[in-house]
Design a protein around this ligand. Structure first.
Ligand SMILES: CC(C)(COP(=O)(O)OP(=O)(O)OC[C@H]1O[C@@H](n2cnc3c(N)ncnc32)[C@H](O)[C@@H]1OP(=O)(O)O)[C@@H](O)C(=O)NCCC(=O)NCCSC(=O)C[C@H](O)C(=O)O
Ligand code: MG
Length: 356
């Protein structure tokens, strides 16, 4: 284990100093595209204006015989475009695959100055992050990079979940963790065949009302991902990094997609993945706090002064703890409003209304 004293020393001579704090940049949607797919690649300059994060995916969903085309495509896209405030991420192939070494070597040396975050799939424990950490430092030194690349782990194996706290704290490069429900379901031997979302068979039922065990008993579908998302959020917060939901594979079902995203938002996630352009606006809507909630949060903060004591607002008790919750909402709203003038107007308008 590294000594805490050495945690912020570069892991290779000539590599940049590790960051001491993960920047809380807007990342409501991490938009996945296949850089080797010409139709998708053509949409990148436009998409860059709409999303917080663009992610060139090299792993699952890219056919084995298209891996090299995807990698080369990402290099040309990154070189040809200026993404402004939009972050550029990549998802490399898994650490046990024949492609990952070339993915990392090529991307860091060719476009390391354009990339912000490298998403690593199927992380099993801290040892996987340690491997990537050292290799990135060596490659950064070779490429002469002045800013360290950050690492994002996907939580998609049973051992990854069992080790999530050590993964979150394995390196100062750790930026965040996403849930990978499809691989996680397979790893756990869950009996589902979907990419994220719920399942009608996973339910609880009210007690019987009489002799007939079928009559008058309401069922409620439960969230298959509640435990894992909540555990992931705690591990991330404990280590000062950011938690995300992951993919929702039923592209047509925009309603259930919004529900799944909102559950994750309410539980503490800062964003999600968008797999298709139709999911971008859903993620934006869900992961930007509602103007009414922002107005309420600002009102509580104003009424609470230094944040101690208790006051009543519209019949509801507010104290130090509700003040802190309101600060989370208000600070997120301020950060998003800085980037999004429409959102700023909506927040300021709603705030004015409650002040009148
Ligand atoms: C899911 C898709 C295969 C659907 O594609 P398609 O059938 O082409 O959809 P449409 O006809 O509705 O597309 C309309 C146009 O939009 C373009 N398009 C589609 N998706 C994207 C995109 N993500 N980015 C940019 N542009 C996109 C199409 O090319 C059409 O263009 P045009 O013909 O010019 O109008 C497809 O959406 C897709 O492949 N999405 C990404 C899938 C992906 O990345 N999957 C991996 C992440 S999920 C995962 O890995 C599981 C996870 O790890 C876990 O374990 O849980
Ligand atoms: Mg996966």
């Amino acid at each position: 284990m590294r000594s805490p004293k050495d945690f912020f020393a570069p892991l290779a001579v000539g590599a940049p100093d590790p960051v001491r704090e993960i920047p809380a940049l807007p990342s409501r949607m991490i938009h996945f595209f296949d850089p080797g797919n010409e139709k998708m690649a053509a949409k990148v300059p436009d998409l860059a204006k709409k999303v917080d994060v663009l992610l060139g995916n090299l792993e699952d969903a890219v056919r084995a015989d298209r891996k090299e085309a995807a990698r080369a495509g990402l290099v040309s896209i990154a070189k040809a475009n200026d993404f402004g405030a939009t972050q550029l991420w990549t998802r490399v192939n898994s650490l046990d695959s024949p492609w990952v070494l070339d993915d990392l070597t090529t991307l860091v040396t060719e476009i390391g100055d354009k990339l912000d975050v490298i998403m690593v799939p199927k992380v099993e424990g801290a040892q996987d992050i340690h491997y990537v950490d050292r290799l990135l430092a060596q490659l950064e030194a070779r490429a002469g990079l002045r800013r360290p690349l950050l690492v994002h782990a996907i939580l998609e194996t049973a051992s990854g979940v069992a080790n999530v706290e050590e993964i979150a704290g394995a390196s100062p490069r750790m930026q965040g963790i996403s849930l990978g429900p499809a691989d996680l379901a397979a790893s756990r031997r869950m009996k589902t065949t979907r990419v994220g979302g719920g399942h009608p068979g996973y339910l609880v039922r009210t007690d019987p009302v009489g002799e007939d065990l079928h009559e008058g008993r309401t069922t409620y579908q439960q969230d298959l991902w509640h435990y894992t998302v909540a555990r992931m959020v705690d591990a991330c917060v404990m280590h000062g990094i950011l938690p995300y939901y992951g993919p929702f594979g039923d592209i047509r079902d925009v309603v259930a997609c919004e529900d799944q995203f909102r559950n994750a938002f309410l539980l503490g996630c800062v964003g999600t993945w968008s797999l298709h352009p139709v999911q971008i606006d859903i993620a934006k809507r869900v992961f930007s706090p509602d103007p009414k909630d922002v107005a309420w949060a600002r009102r509580v903060i104003a009424a609470m002064g230094d944040g101690t004591g208790a006051v009543m607002i519209d019949g509801k008790m507010q104290d130090d703890a509700s003040f802190k919750q309101c600060r989370v909402v208000a600070e997120l709203a301020d950060a998003l409003a800085e980037r999004d003038p429409e959102l700023k107007e909506a927040y300021d308008e709603a705030t004015k209304e409650v002040q009148q």
